[in-house]
Write a new protein. Sequence first.
Length: 84
Amino acid sequence: MTSSFQEKVYSVVRRIPRGKTLTYKEVALKMGMPNAARAVGNTLNKNRSKDVPCHRVIRSDGKIGGYYWGAAAKIEILKKEGTI
């Protein structure tokens, strides 16, 4: 079961097109919750659904950030999508 906050995060992330990324802060801003970047990251870290492309969300400093299946897998997917 997902909370309304999680659904808001997933809704924004599902709209990130292939080959593009957003930062955790940008996701929070698009949700109308500018101070929720850390909560966005925590939510995405727990996501197991392949329907939510959480690999397209990176840190504000340009680093990859976390990914449930590991940073190496996140980097590989982003390379295949032409993002990095």
